[in-house]
Write a protein that binds this ligand. Structure first.
Ligand code: PLP
Length: 405
């Protein structure tokens, strides 16, 4: 037992479990995995080394591991409707690095959405290896709409001729137009990569259009809306299968994390059930209801609302910055992150906005009818950011509601 061997860590894990239980967990990239996913993650599969792929390994004793990985692969292919799946990337960033290794040479041009506009670091942002080692050109959102302008993306693509185009990101509250990106990529003979890390669960559950059939390469984490263990996958057309597999191993990684692979297989099984479709649609219904309730309370939402699980709030009109707001909300039992908003005049470590997501609270069982109450709490906490007793009162109300679920 952990509590006998290492009581210090055991106590900390218990404390974290209790902390998660009493908070409204609204970090848009997080979720609560099932007991089944946790059990697979904590299994003896962690003891195994299995460099290679099913049927082509460099170590013995793969009789069971091969079956585990093959199940994960087959389930990923079936769920997302793709030719090929690599389930070994250790996380989202390494999955994207594998894509660079598969298709680009250092110095080649790659195009992605810029980080401050909602893109991901690994789509060519300057502090990332992808921005340092490649010639990254970055598209933005329109200042007046807060949404990507596909005509601007097309002009930039025509002018810069990237070999790879990334679509998707980490703070995009709106539907991604995969067919429009695909037609731009086709015009310049670029490879379109759809990074669906945030929305994979929505795609799997039919609550966001799928990039399958539009993007020949799809990368995703498995731990966000997909509600699996921390990990990632690369899904692709048959013609790219070999390049992708060789880039992941031996190009970038050593042995895969077989315990994670098993847990990914479990999460994919869960995501293929009818209840998961309902879950994905409820995530979006919750986000829409929360966005409406925030708008009614005078909050300024980037792009004016949401189509998915994510809401980006510009707090400038509330006369508070993102960081003090996020810290006050945390003390009020509502956990989220401060976030840059497009064209943010403030610094990245002290930006103007906050980002919220509804994947975790939907797993917890919250429904659209409860979103006005959440918006009230958020409003009250932000208005009383310096008022400790007021924040404590909200935290008590949050805990009481969560106790009833
Ligand atoms: C979260 C995320 C990643 C990176 O995932 P990690 O597992 O944190 O490395 C990559 N791309 C996008 C769009 C993401 O949202």
């Amino acid at each position: 037992m952990l509590s006998n061997v290492d009581p210090e860590i055991a106590t900390l894990i218990q404390a974290e479990a209790a902390r998660q239980a009493r908070k409204l967990r609204m970090i848009a990239s997080e979720n609560d995995v099932s007991a089944a996913v946790l059990e697979a993650t904590g299994s003896v599969l962690t003891n195994k080394y299995s460099e290679g792929y099913p049927g082509k390994r460099y170590y013995e004793g793969q009789q069971i591991i091969d079956q585990v990985e093959q199940l994960a692969i087959d389930r990923a292919k079936a769920l997302f409707g793709v030719d090929h799946a690599n389930v070994q990337p250790l996380s989202g960033a390494p999955a994207n690095l594998a894509v660079y290794l598969a298709f680009l040479q250092p110095g080649d041009t790659v195009m992605g959405m810029s980080l401050p506009m909602g893109g991901h670091l690994t789509h060519g942002w300057n502090v990332s290896a992808t921005g340092k080692w490649f010639n990254a050109v970055q598209y933005e959102v329109r200042k007046d709409t807060g949404v990507v302008d596909m005509d601007e993306v097309r002009s930039l693509a025509m002018a810069e001729r990237p070999k790879v185009i990334f679509c998707g990101g980490t703070a995009i509250p709106r539907t991604i137009d995969f067919p429009a990106f695909a037609s731009i990529a086709q015009e310049i003979d670029a490879i379109l990569v759809a990074d669906i890390a945030h929305i994979a669960g929505l795609v799997a559950g039919g609550a966001h259009p799928s990039p399958a059939g539009h993007a020949p390469v799809i990368t995703t984490t498995t731990h966000k809306t997909l509600r699996g263990p921390r990990g990632a996958m690369i899904l692709c057309d048959a013609e790219h299968a070999r390049a992708i597999d060789r880039a992941v191993f031996p190009g970038l990684q050593g042995g895969p994390h077989d315990h994670t692979t098993a847990a990914i297989a479990v999460a994919l099984h869960e995501a293929s059930q009818p209840e998961f479709r309902e879950y994905a649609h409820t995530i979006v219904a919750n986000a829409r209801a929360l966005a409406d309730a925030l708008l009614e309370r005078g909050f300024d939402l980037v792009s004016g609302g949401t189509d998915n699980h994510l809401i980006l709030v510009d707090l400038t009109s509330k006369q508070i910055a993102g960081k003090p707001a996020a810290q006050a909300l945390d003390r009020a039992g509502i956990e989220l992150n401060y976030n840059a908003v497009p064209f943010d005049p403030r610094k990245p470590f002290d930006p103007s906005g906050i980002r919220l997501g509804t994947a975790g609270i939907t797993t917890r069982g919250l429904k659209p009818s409860q979103m006005p109450l959440l918006a009230d709490w958020i409003d009250r906490a932000i208005a009383s950011a310096d008022n400790e007793p007021a924040l404590e009162r909200i935290a008590a109300e949050v805990e009481e509601l969560l106790g009833t679920l």
